[in-house]
Write a protein that binds this ligand. Structure first.
Ligand SMILES: Cc1cc2nc3c(=O)[nH]c(=O)nc-3n(C[C@H](O)[C@H](O)[C@H](O)COP(=O)(O)OP(=O)(O)OC[C@H]3O[C@@H](n4cnc5c(N)ncnc54)[C@H](O)[C@@H]3O)c2cc1C
Length: 512
């Protein structure tokens, strides 16, 4: 079916490239609007600049989109002022160039710094716009989109140990893309998503106007809080409501292999996790390891959690709700809420809070080659389905593969699915994030890793949400877009053009 789709798409993409104005005209337009020529030289990079490539790659997290065959922008603009963004938007429109906005560069499909459709484009990188202004008395903060969530958490922590913001865990993630798609982390069962706690925003629209909540209107303010980054304008800054947390929270991790009853525990966790008090966030990371007993390959489930309270409260609570897991005091560590965010990568026993300010870090989802997908689970998955899943982790491609289950429930049950564009609310037991990583030298065989991911995703079909099968917009997955386009191609065509396409295909076949 794909060749037919290409027949329709190719003339369109050709027309866009052929009518595109060269970079020179865009740059001339921009220089006139920047007024100050020295700031223009420092803030705009073209392919002739020696630092173009390093600036482009600086925050690109999925190295799959940093290879020589990846389409690159005509220019990268790194604004210092809102007026620089206005100028870039104006000049892109004038010269028929697309805009890619980049905050933290974590888009799973690289859509903030490349294009899937080979159209000429310019990257507006907000790396210089990252101020964070905390108001402790009012429990609010204005944060610019180019800040990372780590920088946001750090500034909040500098002002108060008992205030927090309920966004994601990966501290290198950019505020701009993250809040645009929802943003969930350890506090979402208690306080909802990051996007649920946005109270105002400053946005530059396609006309270059700067709008706030009042001037953009209810619909646009609704859309930018979860509708997906890069869709409705460039959000310059967000006003957020801060939430109370105890001065100390408790973090725990308990890891079990298949030989230690992991299958049964994962199965039981499904019954319990979404019903736990809102103050407990739990997740499971599943990956392949070598058994410490016999060095044989096995699957390990790491149960991790954060509790808004002390170890002395948590241990009896878990003993009552999930005794099979067997949490003891020694599995628990107390720390500030800001520090607990570092536990996803390196638990802060001796790690400084300044680690939150590091903008680059290698993990399964950053500074590596990867493919990721997502699912939502609404019905308990039978134990036998997990048993059928584990052998996939023994395949060659799964050396660096993982699945992350994140328990829903709590506040997410209370927010209506139309309150914001993020619809995955009541009725979800947990979400699944699938990740497969590979090394640079394996990238020429990336198809085999993509295919492994496809097989696992297909295997999970009977057990996850259906009609539609849901996915999280912040976990961007262009395979879904291609599949939707392919299936729509036939159902969306009327019978006459369908007959024409078939005729053309038959003709091509006979010519071959
Ligand atoms: C290591 C890692 C950890 C993660 N952890 C979590 C997590 O704990 N919880 C969670 O919910 N998600 C998580 N994510 C997913 C993350 O929320 C999304 O990838 C998010 O879109 C990244 O935002 P960004 O600004 O870093 O990315 P970018 O690549 O800069 O942007 C992502 C998209 O948003 C658009 N965009 C960027 N800035 C703006 C702006 N200012 N205005 C309008 N559109 C904009 C871009 O054009 C692009 O389409 C994680 C991702 C990674 C790679």
């Amino acid at each position: 079916m794909f060749p037919f789709l290409l027949i329709v798409l190719l003339p369109l993409s050709w027309r866009i490239s052929a009518s595109a104005q060269p970079a020179q005209e865009f740059l001339h337009c921009l220089s006139l609007r920047f007024h100050n020529s020295s700031s223009f030289a420092k803030l705009v990079y073209t392919q002739h600049n020696s630092s173009y490539s390093s600036v482009l790659k600086s925050s690109a997290q999925n190295l799959r989109f940093t290879t020589p065959s990846t389409p690159t922008p005509l220019a990268i603009v790194t604004p210092l002022l809102a007026s620089h963004i206005q100028a870039a938007v104006y000049c892109c429109r004038k010269h028929g160039l697309q805009v890619r906005t980049r905050s933290g560069g974590h888009d799973f499909e690289g859509l903030s710094y490349t294009t899937a459709y080979k159209v000429p484009f310019v990257v507006i990188d907000l790396v210089n716009l990252r101020s964070v202004q905390v108001n402790v008395e009012k429990a609010t903060v204005w944060v610019e989109s180019g800040a990372t969530i780590g920088e946001l958490y750090y500034e909040i922590a500098r002002k108060s140990r008992t205030l927090a913001f309920p966004a994601g865990i990966g501290h290198t993630v950019g505020v701009g893309g993250h809040l645009s798609g929802g943003g969930y982390g350890v506090l979402f069962r208690k306080y909802g998503l990051g996007a649920d706690n946005v109270i105002d925003a400053r946005l530059i629209d396609v006309e270059g106007r700067i709008l706030d909540k009042k001037s953009m209107g209810e619909d646009l303010f609704w859309a930018i809080r979860g509708g997906g980054g890069g869709s409705f304008g460039i959000v310059l800054a967000w006003k957020l409501k801060l939430v109370p947390v105890p001065a100390n929270v408790t973090v725990f991790t308990v890891s079990k292999t298949l030989e230690q009853n992991a299958t049964k525990l994962v199965h039981q966790w499904q019954y319990i996790a979404h019903k736990l008090p809102k103050e407990i966030h739990t997740s499971i990371i599943i990956s392949r390891v070598n058994s410490s007993e016999n060095e044989k390959m096995t699957v390990q489930a790491s149960f991790t959690g954060i509790f808004l309270g002390s170890t002395d409260e948590l241990v009896p609570l878990m003993e009552e709700k999930f005794p099979q897991l067997g949490i003891v005091k020694e599995d628990c560590f107390e720390m500030s809420w800001a520090e607990s965010n570092l536990c996803a990568t390196q638990c802060p026993v001796g790690v400084s809070l300044e680690t939150l300010l590091e903008r680059s870090q290698k993990s399964v989802l950053s500074k590596t080659f990867f493919k990721a997908k997502s699912d939502f689970v609404k019905q308990l998955i039978p134990e036998s389905a997990f048993q059928g899943l584990w052998p996939k982790f023994y395949e060659d491609e799964a050396k660096f593969a993982s699945m992350v289950f994140v328990a829903f429930g709590g506040k997410m049950e209370e927010i209506s699915e139309t309150e914001s564009p993020y619809p995955h609310r009541a009725g979800n037991l947990y979400s699944i994030l699938y990740v497969v990583d590979w090394e640079e030298e394996e990238n020429k065989n990336s198809k085999k890793f993509m295919s492994w991911m496809g097989r696992v995703y297909n295997y999970m079909t009977p057990y996850v949400s259906k009609s539609p099968r849901e996915a999280y917009s912040n976990y961007r997955d262009l395979v879904l877009v291609q599949e939707a386009a392919t299936s729509c191609f036939w159902s969306c065509l009327s019978s006459k053009p369908r007959a024409l396409v078939k005729k053309q295909a038959r003709k091509q076949k006979t010519e071959r």
